[in-house]
Design a protein around this ligand. Sequence first.
Ligand code: ADP
Ligand code: MG
Length: 704
Amino acid sequence: MDTDIGKLYGVGAVKKEAYARLGIHTVGELLSHYPRGYEDRGNVKLLSESDGVSKCAYLLTVATEPRSARIKGRMSLLKFRAYDDSGICEITFFNQEYLKNTFTPGTLFRFYGKADLKGKNYSLTSPVYEPVIEGAELPPLVSVYPLTEGLSQKQIAKDVRSALVLASAKELDDPLPEDIRRRLGLSPLAYAQRNIHMPESFSALAAAKKRLIFDEFFTFALGLSMTKKENEKHPAHPCLNVDVSKLTSTLPYSLTGAQRRVISEIASDMRKDVAMNRMVIGDVGSGKTVCAAAAMYIAVASGRQAALMAPTEILARQHHADLCALFEPLGIRCELLVGSLGASEKKRIHKALAEPDPKKRIEVVIGTQALLSEGVSFHSPGIVVADEQHRFGVGQRATLAEKNLLSHTLVMSATPIPRSLALAMYGDLDVSTLDEMPAGRQRVDTFVVDEGYRERLDGFIRKQIAEGGQVYIVCPAVEDGEEADLSMEDIDGDGNVLRRAPLRSAVRFSAELAEKFPDLSVEFLHGKMKSRDKDAVMQRFASGKTQILVSTTVIEVGVNVPNACLMIVENADRFGLSQLHQLRGRVGRGSRKSYCILVSDATEGNARERLNVMKSCYNGYEIAERDLEMRGPGDFLRGSGETSVRQSGGVKFKLAALCDDMGLMKTAFAEARALTDTDAELSAHPLLRERVSKMFSLEAGTIN
Ligand code: ADP
Ligand code: MG
């Protein structure tokens, strides 16, 4: 599996580079580059059943000899007709004259594409085509992979096929102990790998998914129990008994009881010579930042340095502004370190962080993952705070700890994860909960509506803006047509298929709204934008220049715009309840009466029932419990933010982030515990051990 990807036939230097951009260097990594969805080519329709929107498979017989024509200089066109029992279809290809000989009249093909009705006849442009040969079956499902420039679906599929051949030729050992596999009725690894890429059927795909999800949980749980022991007694520089009221008395409000309690838990941890490893869990708006600030103040007042790491640049900048306002009046120097800074500026900060002279040293630094980069080294680290824990975790925490020997660690999670899940996922941390909201927080009235409500919704947007408010609209997709017709999530544990409404995209929807509201300023925001552009858009919204911000879930994490009073979530059924709760927390932060409107046409399963929970429930923990019950752990592992980010705790969950079965996760954790109880170092399971090291991005051999 460690075979270089360049060894595959047809993968040269250029392709290798393209694969590297996807993080794929070896055959094994290619095999775990899972499809994001599938083309449902087995579901053959008649031309007359086409809806003119979605791609479909059609079985058509070629009726006419293909004719080619030149258009616009060097462009050429190939046209012919084909038919089924319900109609005739005009098929067009561009610049593919050589196909002339492929489509002989009378032959049958499976075409896959979007069929439009034009006049009497249908039309298909550049469809996928596969000859139907008697006795040979065409695959029902065809993988759709995440792509990068220089790689096509075809190329990846071909390389995956060679990788599978190679893997089966070598008869690779399955790292999962055979007795566990049999006892739990999981499919063999080779079967799972083949069927996730080239499913024989929906049920084979479901079995493959289950096995691979189990593997991810199992590996993660093994790694957790192995690192846990190591983390337990890591020495740290003890801090002084600091009077935190010097800081908190400057606040325009008094702390809640929960904040006081959490700060004193942190303070007592930090006075010890054993590293604090604590997580603060608190609902959106529960006031976690002040707790972090107090911890940072304790470190600085003890002559040490403090760092705060945020998952996005937007959030890092906002924290920097807020914390500067707190710290600078106390004479504490506070700087920002993010990826977009110029090289010389970065160098200056790196130098001032490593500065031995306490007068010239930076005492507080706020940044993104740029804080983990090589040039960063603290002269006397005191505390590292990671905001929004679900984006960082064991792996990165290990990097942080290595970089900052003797430092305390505090992580903050805005996702109120259910206790059972927290214990499983963060068993290596002590947990503090901020279970009390600051007084005077208003309740954000929540409604669930369908498309039929659209016009009234537009009126409501107008009204809110006329009264001086601002509106967030969250869409699940960035651009149109990102989706495969079946996404990996659409296939449940039994191989049943969910058919769902197409996703609304932020870019398209903001254009539609700009047309609908020509007098208003509408902008869009998504994670694929450059961070400078994102910041500018967010800045214009925060300052009130933009009235409507259409975005993906990038705005979810921590951003504060008190004037925003309406949150609309499109395709709301596509989000986890906890995620919706977090989104809802973006409004109702100021004095305006605020609303959250969940738009969804979903009728399948318990979609409606799930969304209705949001109308009556405002407690993040309760919502999280309900979500876990109804949707499984996947939503929590996916973390929040852009839905394409399948990452949790710094460990990348690929398929596990789609898991709708809490039972499977619990089983994997229990099996991992049982195994490490008898073989703590996995000495008898070198393949498993290697897998664990890979998942946690540590060199093989350093975990123990
Ligand atoms: P989160 O827990 O979501 O990170 P923040 O720390 O950003 O929440 O706090 C949200 C808002 O509540 C901020 O504007 C902050 O100033 C305010 N806040 C925090 N603690 C209190 C309190 N005890 N009383 C009133 N307002 C508070
Ligand atoms: Mg926060």
